[in-house]
Design a protein around this ligand. Structure first.
Ligand SMILES: Cc1cc2nc3c(=O)[nH]c(=O)nc-3n(C[C@H](O)[C@H](O)[C@H](O)COP(=O)(O)OP(=O)(O)OC[C@H]3O[C@@H](n4cnc5c(N)ncnc54)[C@H](O)[C@@H]3O)c2cc1C
Ligand code: FES
Ligand code: FES
Length: 1261
C-alpha cells in the first residue's frame, strides 16, 4: 500500500490510508506527534501561528529551506519533506539564537504567536544564507500576526540578525551567534545530506485510499493526471498543488479524488522561446526569483521588475513558498470576484495561458480563460511576452493594511508609446481587479487613448470621464462600497500616469500622487525612555517575562496543548442562521448521518440552569447558554454538536437543519437603527447634572458621532477541555475569571462547586473576551462531558469566535456645547449611547461614567448615558472597555471645538484642562517639547501646501484614565524546606501582561531572595478560590499586593527564628523554621480595602501621511508618554503601551466589521476580511516614554495600572488622519472650518470618500 513519507525534527513519519483528506500537517504535528509548540488559529494562512520550517526538494533538484503554514498543507502532500517545528529548533536543553533573541527583546507577551514568529525567522535566515539586511527582514513578516506586542520588540529582535544591524551594546544575539557552516557558506547544521542534492523520487503514481473515502494520488507526469481523469471521472476531483487556495476561497469538504501535482516536473519548468514560458506549477516565490533575474539580465523583460514588486505584496512568504501561479488563476476561475493579483498582472502584460485537456491544447488570454469550463483540464504553462522599451508598465494593489490582505482594488496599466513622439499612445491595456466579478479591461478607455498624447490635461480628463462611465463596480459581500472602489480605480488610473509622466511636465504639487505607499515605506525604528533605580531591583528592574523563553520555544502550554485523551470528543456550537424569530423545529439528522458525529444537545439537555452567567454574579446579567426557542441575533447558539474530531464537529454544526418563524422586520444592527426605527431599545442609564454654567457663549456646536465594534482577535480562540474526574469534573479553561467559570459550570450542571476543579494555565491573548465569554464555552464543554461521561475539547474556530462572541461596545455621542472664543466650555449636553448587543450583559457602561470627563474640568457638563439593545450578540469588555469609547468621544468633541474656532486643538484641550490634573499637564508639556510639536506643525502645514495628493496630519491627545477599585483576589505562597524555593499561586490569569513576572519581582524584593528561587504556578479554584476578574489593568496590582502580604506574614513568622541564628542564608532560615514546626505556607485575600482607585495620565502625538488617491496611510511618527508610577518592570510596561497603542490604531484604521443589514449576519468573519495591524502598520518612528520621577503612593510599590490606558491614546491616529483629509478638502474648496464626521474607523473607504476629491482635480499642470 502506498504511503507518504517525510520527517519531523529528524524522526521518520509515514501516512496513508489511516488519515482523512482534511488532516493538515498542523493536525498531524499536534494530534499524532503530540508536538503542541506549533499553534493554530485561523486555519487559512492568515495569522502565522502555525508556521513550520521545511527543507523540501526544489524544481532544480536541490533541497530548499522554506517556511509554510502547516494549517494549509495536507499531510499527504509532505512527501520527502524534512519538517522542523519549534520543538526541533531548540528547547531547555539548548535554545536557538532566534528563540533567545525574541525572548530577550521582550518580543512575546501572551506568547501564543511566538513559535510561529520564531519559525518564520529561522526559515528566512536559512533560506537566505543568513545574508539579509534589516529592510529585508522587516519586509518579510506579512505572514505573522501578534495582537499583544505591537511588533516593535519582535522587529528589533529579528533585525539584530541583519548584516547591516548596528552592533549591540551589550552581548545580545546577532548573526555571529549562529553556527554558520564554513564549507557551504552559511548553515548551522552538521554537514549532512540536506545541504546537497535532493534524492530523486521514484516517478510512479501513488494511490492512497483515505479513511474518509477519498482517494489521494501523487503523480509525476501530465499524462498521469489525464489517466486518472479517465479512470475516476471528473465529477468530483481537485488538483492539489500548494493547497493554499482554500485560504482565499474556503473549501467545506474536499472532493472525492485529490491529485497531488507538486512532483510534475513539466509544470515547474521555465524557459524563454521568445516569450517567457512559466510552468503553471511554479510557486510564487520562484516566479518572483525568475522575474527578478530576467529583469536584470534581459532588457526585453526588464518590466518584470515591476511585476516582482507587485508580487511582493501578494499573500506572504509562506503562502508564496508553496502557492503556485496556476493555483492562483484557478482560485480566480472558481470565484471571479477574487481580486487576484496574478491574474491582473498577466492580463495586463498580454500573457497567454496554455490549457490542456484530454482532447487538445489551446492558448487563451487570462480573460478568456475565466469563461472556460475547466473540468478535466489543466493549465500547463503561462507565456509572458518580451516588451520593448516603448512599453511602460505600472501596477498597484490597494489593500487595507500594509501586507497580507487581498486587494480592495488593484490595477495594472501597460502603455505602448510612440518611439519618436513622446507621450503618444500606440496601445493601452488597462486592467482592474476588485470591482466586480466580470469587469476586467477598460476597453473603451483603452481605445480612446490610442494615438493621443496622454500627458495632457485634456486627454487625461477625457479618459477619466470615459473610464468613470465604463467601470462596472458591484456590491461584493465583505468588501468596501462600490462608491469607494470606483473612486479608487479612477485614482489609480491617474496615479499610474503620474508615475510615467516626465517630471518636467508636471506641476510639482501633483508629484506626490505618484508614490505607492505600500512599496516605499522606510525601515521602522523605536525608542524607549524610562527611569530605573538599581537600588530597589528586582522591582523596577527592566527585564523580559520569566516565561519568555518557554514561550519562544513552544514549551509554554495553553489549554489546547493538553494531549488528546482516549475517548475524547470535540464539540461545536450550532447557531441560528436568522437574526430574530423563533425556532420551530431542529433536525440534527443531516449532521448525525456523517460518520464520526456522536451527539447533539439542546437547552432541554441542560440539567441545571440554562445560563452561563449565574444570578449570584453582581453587575453581570444572566444569559442563556443555548436558545430556549427565541432567536435574538444571527449566530445565537441553539445546540451543541459532538464529533470525533474538531473539524468534523465544525462541519457537522453547519448541517443541522433548523426551521424558524422569522420576524420579517429588518434587524436593528446599530444604535442609529435603534434611534431611527425602534426607540424602545434605548434606556436611560444615568444622568449627571451640570454643577455650573458659564455665560460667555460665543459659539454653539452640535454633532453626532458613531464608532463601532472591535473584534478582540486573541490568537488563542475561546478554548476549554473537560474530563470526568473521581467525583465530578476537571476543567481547563482559557479564562480571565476562574470564579465565574466555576460557578457557571456548577449552575449549568447542577453539580456542587466542590466537585468541579477548574484551572487555567495561561491565556493566549484575551483583551476582555475571556471574562464572561470563556464561561460560555466552558459551560458547553462541561455539559458534553457530563452528559457523555467522556473528555471533551471545545476550541472555537475563528469564524465561530467572530460570529458568536460579542465585541467592543459601539457608541454614539450626541452633544451640544457652548464655548467661549478661546474654546472654554460654558455648557455641555453630552448624550452617550452604548450598544450592549441584544442584552446588557456586562457592566461596561460603568467604566464610561468615570472616564468620560477624561482630564477636563467637567463642572459645566451635563451627561446622559443610555444603554441600547440591538439584534447582535452581547457586547463585552474589550481592552479599556467603556473608557476607550468615552475618552475618544470627549477628545472628538475637543477636536470639533478647535476646528470650528480654527485654533490648534492642543490649545482647546489645555483651555479646558482640569487644574487638578497637573500630572496630565506635566506629561503634555514634556511631550510637546520632546515631540517638537509646534515645529512639526509648521512642517506639516508647509508639506500640505506643497503637495496635493499626499497630506499630513499631526495630532495630540491627552488622557486621564481612571483605574477602578481593587477587587478580590486570593494569593497563596509556600516555601519548600528542602531547598528554600518558593511557589506562588494566585487567582489571576497570566494573559501576556507579565503578571507572573511582576509577582516574582515583588516576592523576591520583599523576601530579599533571588528571583530564581521563585516560581508562579498556574491558577486553580482549589488553591485560589473566590478570585475576581483579571482585567481593567488592576489584577496585576492586586495579586502583587496579595503576594507582598503573603511575604509579610511569612517574614513575621520567620522573625523569631531569624533572631536565634547568625546571618543565616535563606535556605538555613527556612530549614530552621521548618524544624521548629513553623507553617511555611501563607495566603491572603486581597479586597477593595487594600487599595484606592487612582488615575493614570498620558499623552500622545501622532503624525500621519495619507494618500488621498487611495486612502492608504503611513503613521510617520508617534510619541507617547504614560504615567505608570514607579514601574514594577519598565520593559514590560513599555511593551504594554506599545501593544495597546497598536491595537488601538487598528481600531481607528482598518478593523472594520460588516454586517448584512438585511439579515444581521456578520460578513467579515475571517482573517481574509478582518485586518488587525501587522508589522508594517506600526508607526515608522515609535517613541515611548514612561513619566519620569513618578511614584503612586496608593499603588503597589508606587506603581500604576498600565495595560489598558494607552489604547485610549490611539485615537490620535484618527485625528491626524482627519486633519490630513481636511487639508485635501480645503484644496478642493471646502471651508477650512467645515467639520465632517467619519463614523467608525478611518478606512481606505472613509479616507477617500470624505476627501470628496473631484475628478476635474486630476491634472498634470
Ligand atoms: C493568506 C493568503 C493570502 C493571499 N493573498 C493573495 C493576494 O494578496 N493576492 C492574490 O492574488 N492571491 C492571494 N492569495 C491566493 C494565493 O496566491 C493562492 O492561494 C495560491 O497561489 C494558490 O496556489 P496553490 O498551488 O496553493 O493552489 P491549490 O490550492 O493547490 O489549488 C487551487 C485550485 O487550483 C486548481 N489547480 C491548481 N493547479 C492547477 C493547474 N495547473 N491547472 C488546473 N487547475 C489547477 C486546484 O484544483 C484548485 O482548485 C492568498 C492566499 C492566502 C492563503
Ligand atoms: S492557523 Fe495557519 S495561518 Fe492561521
Ligand atoms: S504575544 Fe503575540 S499574540 Fe500574544
Amino acid at each position: 500500500m502506498d504511503r507518504i513519507t517525510f520527517s519531523v525534527n529528524g524522526t521518520q513519519c509515514s501516512v496513508g490510508h489511516e488519515v482523512d483528506s482534511d488532516v493538515s500537517l498542523n493536525d498531524y504535528l499536534r494530534c499524532r506527534l503530540h508536538l503542541p509548540g506549533t499553534k493554530y488559529m485561523c486555519k487559512e494562512g492568515g495569522c502565522g501561528s502555525c508556521i513550520v520550517s521545511v527543507v523540501a526538494p526544489a524544481p532544480d533538484g536541490t533541497l530548499r529551506h522554506i517556511s509554510v503554514n502547516s494549517c494549509l498543507v495536507s499531510v499527504t502532500s509532505c512527501q520527502d519533506w524534512r519538517v522542523t517545528t519549534v520543538e526541533g529548533l531548540g528547547s531547555r536543553q539548548g535554545y536557538h539564537p532566534v528563540q533567545r533573541a525574541l525572548a530577550d527583546h521582550n518580543g512575546s507577551q501572551c506568547g501564543y504567536c511566538s513559535p510561529g514568529w520564531v519559525m518564520s525567522m529561522y526559515s528566512l535566515l536559512e533560506a537566505n544564507n543568513y545574508d539579509l539586511t534589516q529592510y529585508e527582514i522587516e519586509n518579510s513578516f506579512g505572514s505573522n500576526t501578534c495582537r499583544c506586542t505591537g511588533y516593535r520588540p519582535i522587529l528589533d529582535a529579528f533585525k539584530s540578525f541583519a548584516k547591516d544591524a548596528p552592533k549591540p551594546k551589550s552581548k545580545l544575539h546577532d548573526i555571529e551567534d549562529l553556527d554558520i557552516c564554513k564549507k557551504q557558506g552559511k548553515c548551522n547544521k552538521t554537514c549532512e545530506s540536506w545541504c546537497f542534492v535532493a534524492k530523486k523520487e521514484n516517478p510512479v503514481v501513488k494511490k492512497i485510499n483515505l479513511k474518509d473515502d477519498r482517494v489521494w494520488y501523487r503523480v509525476h507526469e501530465i499524462k498521469d493526471i489525464f489517466d486518472i481523469f479517465n479512470t475516476e471521472g471528473t465529477s468530483s476531483y481537485m488538483l492539489v498543488n500548494g493547497n493554499t487556495g482554500r485560504g482565499a476561497s474556503p473549501i467545506f469538504a474536499f472532493p472525492r479524488v485529490l491529485i497531488d501535482i507538486q512532483p510534475v516536473d513539466h509544470l515547474k519548468m521555465h524557459y524563454i522561446d521568445q516569450n517567457l514560458v512559466l510552468g503553471a506549477g511554479i510557486v510564487l516565490s520562484d516566479v518572483m526569483r525568475i522575474f527578478q533575474t530576467l529583469a536584470h539580465d534581459k532588457e526585453e523583460f526588464s518590466y518584470l521588475q515591476k511585476l516582482y514588486e507587485h508580487l511582493d505584496l501578494v499573500a506572504h512568504i509562506p503562502v508564496r513558498n508553496i502557492g503556485s501561479i496556476g493555483g492562483n488563476l484557478m482560485v480566480k476561475h472558481r470565484q471571479h470576484t477574487f481580486s487576484s493579483d496574478v491574474f491582473l498582472l498577466l492580463e495586463s502584460v498580454g500573457a497567454t495561458l496554455t490549457i490542456m485537456s484530454a482532447a487538445d491544447t489551446i492558448e487563451v488570454t487570462p480573460e478568456h480563460f475565466l469563461s472556460l469550463d475547466m473540468t478535466g483540464k489543466l493549465i500547463t504553462n503561462i507565456k509572458l511576452p518580451p516588451l520593448s522599451k516603448n512599453y511602460k508598465f505600472v501596477s498597484f494593489k490597494i489593500m487595507p493594511r500594509s501586507q497580507n490582505a487581498h486587494a480592495s482594488v488593484n490595477a495594472a496599466f501597460l502603455y505602448q508609446f510612440d518611439h519618436h513622439q513622446h507621450g503618444l499612445v500606440l496601445s493601452a491595456r488597462i486592467v482592474y481587479g476588485g470591482l466586480s466579478g466580470e469587469f476586467v479591461h477598460a476597453r473603451i478607455t483603452e481605445d480612446f487613448l490610442v494615438l493621443k498624447n496622454i500627458f495632457t490635461n485634456e486627454t487625461l480628463q477625457g479618459a477619466l470621464v470615459i473610464l468613470a462611465k465604463e467601470l462596472t463596480v458591484e456590491e461584493i459581500a465583505g468588501e468596501f462600497k462600490p462608491e469607494y472602489r470606483k473612486k479608487a480605480a479612477l485614482g489609480l488610473f491617474y496615479k499610474g500616469l503620474l508615475n510615467l509622466i516626465p517630471e518636467a511636465m508636471i506641476k510639482p504639487c501633483y508629484r506626490s500622487g505618484a508614490r505607492d505607499m505600500r512599496k516605499t515605506r522606510p525601515l521602522s525604528c523605536g525608542t524607549e525612555v524610562y527611569d530605573t533605580n538599581p537600588i530597589i531591583w528586582p522591582v523596577n528592574e527592566p527585564m523580559p517575562k520569566v516565561e519568555a523563553l518557554i514561550q519562544c520555544s513552544g514549551e509554554a502550554h495553553y489549554v489546547n496543548d493538553v494531549p488528546n485523551e482516549p475517548q475524547e470528543v470535540f464539540c461545536a456550537l450550532v447557531t441560528s442562521d436568522i437574526c430574530v424569530g423563533e425556532i420551530e423545529s431542529v433536525d440534527p439528522s443531516p449532521a448525525m448521518e456523517l460518520p464520526g458525529v456522536l451527539a447533539f444537545f439542546t437547552a432541554k439537555d441542560i440539567p441545571g440552569i440554562n445560563s452561563f452567567i449565574p444570578s449570584v454574579i453582581a453587575l453581570f446579567s444572566p444569559e442563556g447558554l443555548l436558545s430556549d426557542g427565541k432567536i435574538m441575533y444571527y449566530d445565537q447558539p441553539i445546540g451543541i454538536i459532538v464529533a470525533e474530531t474538531e473539524k468534523l464537529a465544525n462541519r457537522a454544526a453547519l448541517l443541522v437543519n433548523v426551521k424558524y418563524k422569522v420576524d420579517k422586520n429588518k434587524p436593528i444592527i446599530t444604535i442609529r437603527d435603534a434611534r431611527e426605527r425602534d426607540t424602545s431599545r434605548i434606556s436611560t442609564f444615568m444622568i449627571f447634572p451640570a454643577r455650573d454654567r458659564g455665560t460667555n457663549v460665543q459659539k454653539v456646536i452640535k454633532d453626532c458621532e458613531n464608532i463601532f465594534w472591535q473584534y478582540h482577535y486573541s490568537m488563542e480562540t475561546q478554548s476549554c477541555i473537560s474530563r470526568p474526574s473521581d467525583d465530578g469534573i476537571d476543567v481547563q479553561s482559557a479564562t480571565q475569571w476562574l470564579d465565574l467559570t466555576h460557578i457557571s459550570i456548577s449552575s449549568v450542571l447542577k453539580l456542587e462547586q466542590s466537585r468541579i476543579n477548574v484551572s487555567v494555565p495561561r491565556c493566549g491573548g484575551a483583551y476582555g473576551a475571556k471574562i464572561s465569554r470563556a464561561t460560555m464555552i466552558a459551560a458547553a464543554c462541561s455539559l458534553v462531558t457530563y452528559l457523555m461521561n467522556r473528555p471533551c475539547r471545545f476550541v472555537m474556530s475563528m469564524q465561530a469566535n467572530m460570529r458568536v462572541i460579542g465585541k467592543r461596545f459601539p457608541s454614539t455621542l450626541d452633544y451640544e456645547v457652548g464655548v467661549s472664543d478661546t474654546g472654554e466650555i460654558q455648557y455641555l449636553e453630552y448624550h452617550l449611547f452604548e450598544d450592549a448587543g441584544y442584552m446588557a450583559g456586562e457592566p461596561v457602561i460603568y467604566f464610561s461614567l468615570s472616564a468620560v470627563k477624561n482630564c477636563y474640568d467637567n463642572r459645566r457638563w451635563q451627561y446622559k448615558f443610555y444603554t441600547v439593545n440591538t439584534d447582535t450578540p452581547t457586547n463585552v469588555y474589550a481592552r479599556a472597555p467603556g473608557a476607550l469609547e468615552a475618552i475618544a468621544m470627549t477628545e472628538h468633541m475637543m477636536e470639533h471645538i478647535a476646528w470650528e474656532l480654527d485654533r490648534d486643538p492642543v490649545e482647546i484641550r489645555l483651555n479646558n484642562l482640569n487644574p487638578e490634573y497637573s500630572d496630565v499637564l506635566e506629561v503634555t508639556n514634556t511631550l510637546l517639547q520632546d515631540s517638537e510639536y509646534y515645529k512639526r506643525r509648521q512642517e506639516v502645514e508647509q508639506f500640505n501646501k506643497l503637495n496635493r495628493w499626499k497630506k499630513r496630519g499631526l495630532s495630540l491627545v491627552m488622557m486621564s484614565w481612571p483605574a477602578t477599585n481593587l477587587i478580590d483576589f486570593h494569593v497563596h505562597l509556600a516555601v519548600f524546606h528542602g531547598d528554600g524555593t518558593v511557589i506562588v499561586k494566585h487567582g489571576g490569569t497570566e494573559i501576556g501582561q507579565g503578571m507572573n513576572t511582576k509577582v516574582i519581582q515583588t516576592v523576591a524584593y520583599t523576601l530579599k531572595i533571588s528571583m530564581d528561587k521563585i516560581k508562579v504556578k498556574p491558577s486553580d479554584v482549589n488553591s485560589n478560590p473566590n478570585s475576581y476578574i483579571t482585567g481593567g489593568s488592576r489584577a496585576t496590582q492586586a495579586v502583587c499586593i496579595g503576594a507582598i502580604k503573603c511575604c509579610q506574614l511569612l517574614l513575621d513568622r520567620l522573625m523569631p527564628v531569624r533572631e536565634t541564628l547568625t546571618n543565616p542564608t535563606w535556605e538555613q532560615l527556612i530549614q530552621a523554621a521548618f524544624e521548629q514546626g513553623i507553617n511555611l505556607q501563607t495566603s491572603y485575600q486581597v479586597t477593595s480595602n487594600d487599595q484606592q482607585p487612582h488615575r493614570s495620565a498620558g499623552a500622545a502625538v501622532c503624525e500621519v501621511e495619507l494618500d488621498i488617491l487611495t486612502g492608504e496611510h503611513d503613521i510617520r511618527r508617534v510619541d507617547i508618554i504614560e504615567d505608570v508610577g514607579s514601574s514594577l518592570n519598565p520593559e514590560l510596561d513599555i511593551g504594554q503601551i506599545e501593544g495597546a497603542f497598536v491595537m488601538g490604531l487598528g481600531y481607528w484604521t482598518h478593523e472594520h466589521l460588516i454586517y448584512d443589514e438585511h439579515t444581521g449576519e456578520l460578513l467579515t468573519d475571517r482573517s481574509w476580511y478582518y485586518h488587525v495591524p501587522l508589522a508594517k502598520d506600526i508607526p515608522i518612528d515609535f517613541r515611548v516614554q514612561l513619566r519620569r520621577n513618578s511614584y503612586n503612593p496608593i499603588g503597589t510599590l508606587g506603581s500604576k495600572a498600565v495595560a489598558e490606558p494607552p489604547i485610549c491614546l490611539a485615537v490620535s491616529v484618527a485625528f491626524a488622519l482627519k486633519e490630513a483629509i481636511r487639508s485635501s478638502r480645503e484644496d478642493t474648496g471646502f471651508p477650512r472650518t467645515e467639520w465632517f464626521n467619519v463614523d467608525g474607523p478611518y478606512t481606505l473607504e472613509a479616507n477617500v470618500l470624505h476627501s470628496h476629491v473631484k475628478l476635474e482635480e486630476f491634472l498634470f499642470e
